[in-house]
Design a protein around this ligand. Structure first.
Ligand SMILES: NC(=O)c1ccc[n+]([C@@H]2O[C@H](COP(=O)([O-])OP(=O)(O)OC[C@H]3O[C@@H](n4cnc5c(N)ncnc54)[C@H](OP(=O)(O)O)[C@@H]3O)[C@@H](O)[C@H]2O)c1
Length: 347
């Protein structure tokens, strides 16, 4: 009799109880093995595997990347770091003057070409999309970074969310992202075909912990980013046979004007650090081990994502309640700050 047999038999002589215990034991062993393998894969993704070589996405071969929201924060860093890797850049965002300054910085530092397309994505105007189409139809684009996004100005109950803010978030984060992808992806497909699949295409879309975890007081933003998770994953399935990798990139807070956080910390990287970790690990899961075509690249965000997913779960009441309390308190602080600023203005 094996030791396991002896152990189980010592609990009960009853065959039913014996087999129930045996099943529970085997189930536990399988669960622990899967979790351990996922954790090993997480550690390998974050700390061990070598950086992705962007020549596979056409770097240093005259190819281009389109980056939206490229004039500030994370998008600006994507533009700079892709240019550093040897891709020419089409910079898309709202403010022409900021785009011109970044285009100059990129071309003088990295000796690659740049183009600028300035429009307000919240207008969902056909002219915006035709301008983009016109600027890329004859260039070999291989990379698209869907980074443009808007959140709520401060956390706000859904029932008090202003209609303009609600519409802008959905238009910029969802409608514009989808329309831009419908324009750029065919150009990427054709670039990959013309290279006889020697280069691959890449489409990255910025997700968020706000979309990973349903987030009370940021409900519209949260929903818009959750939409991108499903849409981007579906697109990944559709485009893989054309040699185009599609990933949703998930981030917790990053220092930027959107987050209104200036000082980096262990859990809040700078945009430069965040983008470096994203480009180093494109195509890997990092913290998003459970999810196809999804990457939570920054190391501390990855550990947070993995821990939440494998304990309370992203859709649990517990996670929802924690998030509610956190955003209620951020709203109260933001309202107090607004009141202080208003009082100071009156003095
Ligand atoms: N920062 C975070 O903590 C964080 C966390 C998770 C996910 N994300 C996501 O990461 C992405 C970038 O965020 P960020 O923090 O880098 O933002 P950011 O610093 O505020 O930069 C936003 C960029 O988008 C452009 N933009 C904003 N509204 C636009 C509009 N209506 N039309 C065209 N362009 C517009 C801005 O252009 P102008 O400069 O011309 O206004 C700017 O280039 C977003 O999708 C966001 O949801 C951010």
């Amino acid at each position: 009799m094996s030791q396991i047999d002896q152990l189980l038999s010592s609990f009960s002589e009853n065959k039913v109880v014996y087999y129930a215990l045996l099943f529970a034991l085997l189930f536990g062993v399988v669960k622990v093995t899967i979790l351990t393998l996922k954790f090993v894969s997480l550690i390998a993704d974050i700390f061990i595997l070598p950086a992705v070589d962007f020549t596979k996405y056409g770097a240093n071969q005259g190819n281009w990347a389109v980056v939206t929201g490229a004039s500030d924060g994370i998008g600006k860093e994507f533009a700079l770091q892709l240019a550093k890797r040897g891709l020419s850049i089409v910079l898309v965002s709202r403010t022409q003057s900021k785009l011109e300054a970044i285009a100059n910085e990129i071309s003088s530092k990295y000796k690659v070409n740049t183009k600028i397309v300035a429009f307000d994505a919240s207008t969902d105007d056909e002219e915006n999309y035709s301008a983009l189409k016109k600027s890329i139809f004859d260039i070999p684009v291989t990379v698209l970074i869907n980074n443009v996004g808007q959140s709520h100005s401060i956390p706000v109950p859904f029932l008090e969310t202003e209609t303009k803010e609600l519409k802008d978030i959905i238009t910029i984060n969802n409608t514009a992202t989808l329309r831009i992808t419908q324009i750029v992806a065919p150009v990427i497909k054709s670039s990959v075909e013309k290279s006889h699949k020697k280069v691959k295409g890449l489409i990255l879309t910025m997700g968020s912990f706000g979309g990973l975890l349903p987030t009370p007081y940021l409900a519209t933003y949260s929903g818009s980013k959750a939409f991108l998770q499903a849409w981007s994953n579906a697109l990944a399935g559709e485009l893989s046979s054309f040699g185009i990798d599609v990933d949703l990139v998930i981030s917790y807070l990053v220092t930027s004007s959107m987050s209104k956080i200036k000082r980096p910390s262990l859990t809040i990287p700078t945009a430069k650090q965040f983008v470096a970790s994203t480009l180093r690990t494109v195509g890997r899961r990092n913290g998003a081990q459970e999810r196809y075509a999804t990457n939570t690249p920054y190391w501390s965000h990855a550990l947070m994502h993995f821990a939440i997913e494998n304990t309370v779960g992203v859709y649990s009441k517990f996670a929802n309640r924690m998030n509610l309390n956190m955003h209620k308190s951020i709203r109260q602080r933001a309202l107090r700050k607004q009141a202080r600023l208003a009082a100071a203005k009156q003095d």
